[in-house]
Design a protein around this ligand. Structure first.
Ligand code: ZN
Length: 292
């Protein structure tokens, strides 16, 4: 310990008290400021990275904060053209019914590809080439890859939510599976059904009483768009036609989703808080050593 030099001013004690207050403020405020500044910019891109699980961005889609805007991007293969207008209109209606966004913007564009069968890794690569909108400050995005072909690993798949804000729709398979019901009705169901998974339905986020135990993440209600059979070729044989509405039970589930803790959303904040504490500690240590 260094000896206190002779002739120190009598106000040394008060000086230390004030400095301690500053140190505590630095320790408390640094993580908060870091968390807010970096969190706002980074939490969405972090959640949108390749590992983002389906449902992990449910809060960002459902809530008006931090993202008040939502861009619905549909990239369609030129061989199949854009999805039917009525299907997209119904999708937008369902988004307005469930997501608290003041602005929902539709962005449809074509991409050229003659491919007719897609593996999941090819879909991920394709998305990285054709997706134009990723979540940014104040704007959440939802991406649909509208493909003319089919899923190579499961040719009966009509649609698939494969990341926190990414959905593939296999229009080629829908065309052959829709039968007399018509492709437009089935497309509408698929667009809305996969949205439901991204919102955390059914039981992907939180407990859902209407989840069918025999078909995880799906409903047992045939009139519900989250009904398990709408993902299969049985969709064209459902009495009453393919459903495209969320049931009252689904809407109730969404209130649970909003209250449910999603780990991937909180981890960046915890990391930032820890970084902030270490940075604050280093700052205070440096200040002390300079004073000695
Ligand atoms: Zn499903």
């Amino acid at each position: 310990m260094a000896q206190a030099p002779a002739g120190l001013p009598p106000s040394r004690g008060r000086f230390w008290t004030r400095t301690l207050a500053v140190e505590i403020a630095v320790l408390a405020v640094t993580p908060l400021v870091l968390g807010v500044v970096v969190g706002f910019w980074q939490i969405n891109p972090v959640a949108s990275a390749e590992y983002a699980a389906v449902g992990s961005e449910a809060h960002l889609l459902l809530e008006g904060f931090p993202d008040d805007r939502l861009v619905v991007e549909i990239a369609y293969q030129t061989t199949v053209g854009p999805p039917p207008g009525p299907s997209v209109a119904t999708l937008l209606s369902r988004i307005h019914e469930t997501c608290q966004k003041s602005v929902v913007q539709l962005d449809e564009h074509a991409f050229s590809s003659s491919q007719s069968s897609f593996s999941e890794s090819q879909i991920l690569t394709l998305e990285s080439h054709v997706r134009q909108v990723w979540p940014t400050w104040g704007t959440m995005s939802l991406f649909y890859l509208y493909l003319g072909g089919s899923d190579s690993s499961n040719p009966g798949t009509l649609g698939m939510a494969y990341r926190g804000s990414s959905i593939a729709v296999f229009a080629g398979t829908i065309a052959t599976a829709s039968g007399a019901v018509g492709a437009t009705a089935v497309t509408t169901t698929v667009l809305v059904h996969e949205l439901g998974h991204e919102l955390g339905l059914v039981g992907i986020v939180g407990y859902a009483p209407n989840e069918d135990p025999n078909h995880p993440y799906h409903s047992s209600d045939p009139s519900d768009v989250m009904y398990w059979a709408v993902e299969t070729t049985a969709i064209s044989r459902l009495s009453g036609g393919p459903p495209n509405q969320f049931s009252a039970a689904d809407l109730s589930d969404l209130t649970t989703v909003k209250k449910t803790f999603i780990y991937s959303e909180v981890i960046p904040w915890i990391v930032l808080a820890l970084v902030g504490v270490v940075a604050g500690y280093l700052l205070v240590s440096q200040q002390r050593s300079l004073r000695r």
